[in-house]
Design a protein around this ligand. Structure first.
Ligand code: ATP
Ligand code: MG
Length: 266
């Protein structure tokens, strides 16, 4: 069944395109893309994840075999593949993925000399935008042309911040890139929310980081905090979101709560 099947139609609400972004590596971008998408799907929202990282973590996080793919998002950015050719089903009824493979690594360089290089992702999304309630873009850990494409295509950004040392390091640079894109290419870009990830209530460090982030970003920070949980880190190796792999786990409950908050804010 294709993604246009009537049983999988979207709600009446406007579509939200959200880039999940932080150039710092390993802060929980892909984990959030996969698990938030699954939790939104469970709440009857139709979701598309665009895997925009050559590591392809949100592709494999849904159990999609990267070796078996003929095309990935790269083919849309640099050749003329359409979204229809790329969209894959997942184990969650309302959730779909445009996959990435290592081939996408070449795009960062190949795009440099391309025409309209900043708007390639936007052009891919435009014709299918209205099919979905949420389109989540899982960004790579850099501020290169892929990320600029994501900022150009998005309505807003969701920034995961890991409750660890140097949590806010690089955030100023990220906000600067956002301002640059906002002033030149995408006037309506805004911040959807700041998400605290890998929170460990037993450590004072986690609490300190949470306080610091809330002081800096105020109400932009989601009330929901994602706890550190071994199950959350295991789920991708089974190709499942946490809501399917361990539905009663605290990580699963947190992503369900986050989905509710996201729906309220959208
Ligand atoms: N809540 C959590 N509890 C435990 N482990 C987690 C949690 N969230 C993420 N992780 C683990 O932390 C690592 C980094 O997470 P993830 O891949 O989502 O980050 P990322 O920001 O997408 O990384 P990259 O910048 O490389 O794309 C992974 O091994 C993941 O399984
Ligand atoms: Mg990632």
């Amino acid at each position: 069944m294709g993604y246009k099947d009537v049983l999988r139609s979207k709600s009446e609400k406007d579509t939200r395109v959200i880039a999940i972004i932080n150039q710092k590596g390993g802060v929980g971008k892909s984990t959030t893309a996969v698990n938030l998408a699954a939790a939104l799907g469970d709440q009857n929202r139709k979701v598309l994840i665009i895997d925009f990282d050559p590591q392809g973590n949100s592709t494999s996080g849904f159990g999609i075999d990267k070796e078996g793919l003929e095309k990935c998002v790269y083919d849309a950015l640099l050749h003329d593949a359409t979204a229809d050719e790329l969209i894959q089903d997942t184990c969650c009824k309302k959730v779909f993925v445009i996959p990435a493979t290592i081939q996408l690594a070449g795009a960062e360089i190949e795009l440099v000399s391309a025409m309209a290089r900043e708007t390639r992702l936007k052009d891919l999304i435009e014709p299918i935008r209205d099919e979905f309630d949420f389109i989540l873009i899982d960004c790579p850990p850099s501020l290169g042309l892929l990320t600029i494409n994501a900022l150009t295509a998005a309505d807003s950004v969701l920034i995961p911040i890991q409750c660890e040392y140097y949590a806010l390091e690089g955030v100023t640079k990220l906000l600067e890139s956002m301002r640059m894109v906002k002033s030149r290419i995408n006037k309506n870009l805004d911040t959807f929310g700041i998400l605290l990830t890998m929170f460990d209530s037993r450590t004072s460090l986690s609490n300190q980081v949470a306080d610091e982030v809330r002081k800096y970003f105020g109400n932009l920070t989601f009330k929901t905090v994602i706890p550190r949980s071994v199950k959350v880190s295991e789920a991708p190796s089974f190709g499942m979101p946490i809501t399917k792999y361990a539905p009663n786990n605290k990580g699963s409950r947190a992503y369900i709560a986050l989905a509710r908050e996201v729906i309220k804010r959208a």
